[in-house]
Design a protein around this ligand. Sequence first.
Ligand code: IVH
Length: 724
Amino acid sequence: MNKEEAKARIEKLKGSINQYRYDYHVLNKSTIPDAALDSLKHELTKLEGQFPELITADSPSQRVAGEPLQQFNKVEHKTRMLSLNDMFSKGETGEWIARISKLIPGKKWNYLVEPKLDGLAVSLIYENGQFVLGSTRGDGRVGEDVTQNLRTIDAIPLSLNLEQISSSTSATNAVVEITRGSKNNHIDSGSNVRNDNEKDGNRPFANTRDVRLKGRIEIRGEVVISRKNFAKINKEQENKGLPIYANPRNLAAGSIRQLDPKLAASRKLDFVAYQVIDDGTIKTHQEEHRLITEWGFKSLETKLCKTLDEIEQFLVHIHSVRDGLVYQTDGAVITVNEKELWGPLGIVGKAPRYSVAYKFAAEEVTTKVLDIEVQVGRTGALTPVAIMEPVLVAGSTVSRATLHNEDEIMRKDVRIGDTIILRKAGDVIPEVVSVLIELRSGKEKQFVMPNTCPLCESKIIRSKGEAVSRCSNKGCYGQEKETIIHFVSRLAMDIDGAGEAVIEQLMENGLIRDVTDLYFVKFDELKSLERFAEKSAQNLIEAIVKSKSVVLNRFIYGLGIRHVGEVTAYSLARFISEKIKQNEYGVKELWHAMHLISLEDWQNIDDVGGVVGQSIFEYVHSKHTQELMDKFAKAKIVIKAPAVRTNLPLQGNTLVLTGELKSITREDAEMRIRELGGKASGSVSAKTNYVIVGENPGSKAKKAQELGIKIINEAEAFKLLDIK
Ligand code: IVH
């Protein structure tokens, strides 16, 4: 294919991929199988690899690009990002309407009501239709430049040039009801979206470039995450022994306000637009919503209302469907629809008079604290938990609520015997809101963090500057119990029939103290236990024996190393396997190989980094781990090399570039390496597989020679990278 042909093909591919993106995210329709879409994307990156000069910033291949940033730049908002005053009742809303009516006498107007999403507000700047800058709200005047992270969100179009998008769809097709959870088995996308009651007929979809897109345009909206993905990520956090996110807003903020775009990309974030900042040509807020969909964004279901009663009706509707929505909604936004009135109504402090937030009251109930227990986690962290009289809140009965740590208990002044107000944070996690101090009898007892672990009586340590207290004993019963439960879990050793109750029973009867003891439990011992019969004992033994042959990533994940989740475990397993170069081996060989890996090498593995690498290194070199490994070896555990998850040609290879390449830029070459599954690194080490040497190479070539690493020239590199 020559360059002209490639150019035409690339344009076609980009157009189609963007159309499918639009269908999926805006119309909530899956119009192409995932694998076929992947194949189009693959063809695009391949062509772009051959003709790097044809890569444009808005190419779908450019979503996750670039290295982690050092820091965020500041961005000044040309139009201030405001917050909204909260209303909590129909009465208050009525008062607001009365207030603004006085300010604009003789005018007539409508209200546009829309759901208020719980996420992170961001501003997106498009110049001539191209996404150029994305920022957080910050203090409303100055935010942070988070463009790189926002680009990873598929629901954010990189280009608003809709020329290629098919005109067969119409704006009315883009109307998706808020009430629908999903359509076409399309699990997470859409569906909090648009059910406009504006009658604009079968207006054809914008198939010519909208003049309004010329120059600079600003779109504002909310970075959100579906409830399903929110729950999934919290589960992963828990598995990694990391803190869970209290609500979707914290998670969205945590993913966007961090420096590594790869992390943002892994979070499956979504974006819903709700505002266009323009120079005054757009006359109504409703029109903004309509344009938003036309330009390729997901927007919200809105309703145009004339009276307080109509507003109230729609609020009731949103409230009644909110539990079934894809995204979490914490209320509604009510806005004067006619934008010409916004100026006259003005802004007070940080909030406009023309728009308010109606907040649904989080369901709150009262109950009594019966006790405060201390729970010991897998990492030894002690968490105080309020044990309460069971109470129904937001749909489920709750009897325990985490109090997080000592400081939190002090701050809220929760005492045993107190009557408290309880709600579900982010509608999921039970949270103590406050204490009803006036109901105290004087018999309430203050909580004291124990000096010794409630399970093993070892000393409790709270390091300076840390809120968390920890048990100092690595072999603590509580830690061990959680560690064993994790070890046998489905994604780890997958030992059927070893639930929490069974593990507790085995521990209490002295049959096991740590994970390795499982492999020495005998059938007769099990059978003699209460609740065990011949059959169940037999089944458990068989499941344990079966788990003796295990894939390395499962084994590593099962060890419960702090910060090492399932994905990291896989990366570690791949790395270690490349050192061992055998399909099956024992724990001794594994241990030997892991001991030889330096701290730096651990930290350089994909998905690892500084803190995690340190944690792995410490784990490998601890005496306790050494003892465990000896016992695993005795149990004759057989480790199998992990299966390759994708079969990209450079998977598992690290390449380093040095010197000047003649026909390709360094960035393009590095991108190509990543596309083929390899890693492009800046420095030569023992784990480098290839060093590509251009003209005037630096010291890296010399180092590669010393280390005996394969050195290739530009022509050879092109062959390897499949560049013609
Ligand atoms: S309109 C004119 N619409 O709520 C003011 N805000 O307290 C522009 N939010 O910072 C905001 N959903 O983060 C608007 N449908 C929606 C919203 C929404 C969520 C958030 C947004 C804003 C905050 C206002």
